[in-house]
Design a protein around this ligand. Structure first.
Ligand code: SF4
Length: 698
């Protein structure tokens, strides 16, 4: 109980992009329990991860000293790796020795091979200040733009479409605006699992009379609250959305005054969708024409309507086209810029919005300023006192290919786990093993750290202070509740030590000094100060004045594009990269579980969460299991052209026949051994949501 705690420390949940505010109750340097606070995105609510997933920093396998690979030990996943056993592949080292070795390997590669031989993956799990410092180190110290992070595996395609069509990659309205909408479309997302506190507001909206429309191949808990729930065929999304546009335009349900005042390119959209009638698209998307008409009319006819989407939309080779369609729907109907309207890609990680804003992206500097624009680049060159590379860098999956092609030879990976999260893991792991020098900074010897030359022990989120930005564009302050164990250090401190070894005279004494520098380079942070965050806890950007609340809904008057107009971008349906066939007849899709976050590095080391979901499982329709002859709880083998895994079969009545869902958190049955690395041409995001597979009893 709270009376037992020595102190209470206010911070932010470290898991999803909802960004729930919470209070740690601490006693004897341990978190006793966690309580929800009255934050703008959670109003006291927390989900099971926020409430129970706080003990991973105290796991016995936590790194407390830097580690150096022993000579002659081959790089790769140790099949007998057991965090409870003494380390055999690595030895402990002092910070001085580890940092010298970590930096020297990269500095030497830069000197002999050039700046393009180095790359860095930053983390959407670190603070804004740490993201800023990391991309600055890569751009200024390494001298390249080869810096990326998990946005590439998450919403890169959504951001590409939003930048192209609206001129801004962030949401146009917070999810709280759903409470004021007449119609809310949720598509390619499963908020009850992945954004559970946001889901409570969708339920609340539905109870208050909002028509919830769910468009997804898979059934979900929120179906019980939906006005209509349409199951489209996997990969049939572009066909479905274009059919909706065909109805809205064909029946004159669009908003001509809004289109005239705020957009360009409507004529091309109109011409582009003319043949994509519900009857023509129904065979492609698997939804009856009348059902398409009904939801299109409901969305267009509403006075206020919103669209939310997740990785079911973005993680396709046509992910950018999917987002272009959703944007076209909103623009055609005038559903942006007012309360209860908007476009909202639900962000995954707690700081993927902030890390992207802070410049952990290879083609843009902070605040999405293209690296190729000499004038914009000059502003950062003046701020950092050095010339910057003008060419866009490589993205996450491209970097893996560039390693195997001999171009990238050294990497610094901070808080990311590509040995679990990249598509086609055999390929990604071969690339990590091929690196001449790899530095990994993390809390544990993750799967990726097992490939490292040097492992640097970092502080966990509850052990450091910094800002994060959630899916609603709310910049929030997290505070350290515990001291890091042993010699573990905050990421910003470690990055600074690495930078000094690149000859950079960095001397930041506290994250607030980094934040002050960020404000000089990022107008999105105008009128948001560290002091204000300490006082108010959260400020939404953009914010018009020092004493004003930030803008929950943006683009009432103009879009941040030349001329102030948003742009329609027409699309055509495309097949998945690897359609099912006779040899591989089932669609594999991957994702998260309520209890397990991404690659499991944190949640599988959280006692309650791991006890609730202790084993790797595949989720299948009852009929699919029957066909296989596997009983629930039995073992099923899943094979694709890239690999095979065996795991426990679970019945999921929400799964369509001909499809299997596998979470990617379990190393013992790593879903990404199976996934397809084919990329969306614009967002460069892999097609995690569709691969052809074959099932058999195991
Ligand atoms: Fe944390 Fe997201 Fe759950 Fe909130 S909804 S407690 S931010 S995981």
């Amino acid at each position: 109980d709270s009376a037992a705690a020595d102190r209470r420390v206010d911070s932010i949940c470290p898991y999803c992009g909802v960004g729930c505010q919470l209070t740690y109750h601490v006693k004897d340097e341990q978190i006793l329990f966690v309580e929800g606070r009255n934050g703008p995105s959670n109003q006291g609510r927390l989900c099971v991860k926020g409430r129970f997933g706080f003990d991973y920093p105290g796991h016995p396998a936590r790194l407390t000293r830097p580690l150096i690979r022993r000579p002659g030990v081959p790089k790769g996943l140790d099949p007998d790796f057991d965090p409870a056993r003494p380390l055999t592949h690595f030895r402990e080292a002092s910070w001085e020795e580890a940092l010298d070795l970590a930096a020297r390997g990269l500095v030497e590669l830069k000197a002999t091979q050039g700046p393009d031989a180095l790359a860095g993956f930053g983390s959407a799990k670190c603070s804004n200040e740490e993201a800023w410092l990391f991309q600055k180190l890569v751009r200024v110290g390494f001298g390249s733009n080869h810096v990326d992070h998990c946005t590439r595996l998450c919403h890169a395609s959504s951001v590409a479409a939003l930048m192209e069509c609206l001129g801004s990659g962030a949401v146009t309205a917070s999810f709280m605006q759903a409470l004021q909408a007449e119609v809310v479309i949720l598509t390619g997302c499963n908020p009850a699992v992945n954004h559970p506190v946001a889901a409570t507001y969708f339920k609340q909206a539905a109870r208050n009379g909002t028509k919830l429309i769910i468009l997804d191949p898979r059934g979900q808990a929120l179906d019980a609250y939906a006005w209509r729930s349409l199951r489209f065929s996997p990969g049939g999304d572009v066909a479905l959305f274009n059919a909706m546009l065909n109805v809205i335009i064909g029946e004159g349900l669009y908003d001509p005054a809004y289109i005239d005042a705020h957009t360009e390119g409507f004529a091309a959209l109109k011409a582009g969708v003319v043949d994509m009638t519900p009857e023509a698209m129904s065979p492609l998307c698997g939804v009856a024409p009348e059902a398409i008409r009904e939801v299109a009319r409901a969305y267009a006819g509403a006075e206020r309507a919103m669209i939310f989407w997740g990785m079911g939309i973005s993680q396709h080779v046509h992910g950018t086209d999917n987002a272009r369609c959703l944007i076209s729907l909103a623009l055609a109907c005038g559903h942006t810029g007012r309360p209860g309207t908007g476009l909202h890609p639900l962000r995954g990680q707690n700081n993927v919005q902030g890390a992207s804003d802070a410049g952990l992206i290879p083609m843009v500097l902070p605040d999405y300023q293209p690296v190729g624009d000499a004038q914009l680049r000059a502003a950062f060159e003046a701020l950092w006192g050095t010339e910057l590379a003008p060419d866009p860098g490589l993205t996450v999956v491209e970097i893996m290919d560039a390693i195997l092609a001999g171009q990238i030879r050294g990497m610094y990976i901070l808080g990311e786990n590509p040995a679990m999260s990249d598509p086609d893991l055999n390929h990604a792991r071969a690339a990590l093993a091929a690196l001449e020098h790899l530095v990994v900074q993390d809390l544990f010897v993750t799967e990726t750290a097992q490939f490292a030359d040097v492992i640097l022990p970092a502080a966990a989120w509850s052990e450091k202070t910094g800002t994060v930005t959630n899916t609603n564009r709310q910049v929030q302050l997290g505070r350290a509740a515990l001291a890091p164990p042993g010699e573990a250090k905050p990421d910003w401190w470690i990055i600074q030590q690495m930078a000094r070894r690149f000859g950079l005279g960095w001397d930041y004494a506290h994250p607030r000094e980094v934040f002050a520098e960020m404000k000089r380079g990022m107008h999105s942070l105008d009128h948001i100060t560290w002091e204000r965050l300490e006082r108010e806890g959260s400020v939404t950007y953009p914010c018009p004045a020092d004493d004003a609340p930030g803008q929950d809904v943006v683009f009432a008057d103009a879009f941040p594009r030349a001329g102030g107009r948003a742009r329609f971008s027409p699309t055509r349906p495309l097949p998945p990269d690897e359609p099912v066939d006779a040899a591989y007849p089932v669609v594999l899709t991957t994702g998260r579980l309520l209890e397990h976050w991404h690659t499991g590095a944190m949640t599988r080391r959280s006692r309650v969460l791991d006890e609730r979901e202790p084993e790797a499982a595949a989720f299948l329709a009852p009929a699919e299991l029957g066909r296989l002859g596997v009983a629930p709880g039995g073992a099923v083998r899943i094979a694709t052209r890239r690999g095979a895994i065996t795991l426990t079969a679970r019945v999921d009545p929400g799964m369509p026949e001909g499809m299997v869902f596998v979470p990617f958190a379990f190393v013992e049955a790593a879903a990404n051994l199976l996934t397809n690395p084919a990329l969306d041409p614009d967002g460069k995001i892999p097609e995690f949501k569709y691969a052809a597979c074959r099932l058999s009893p195991a």
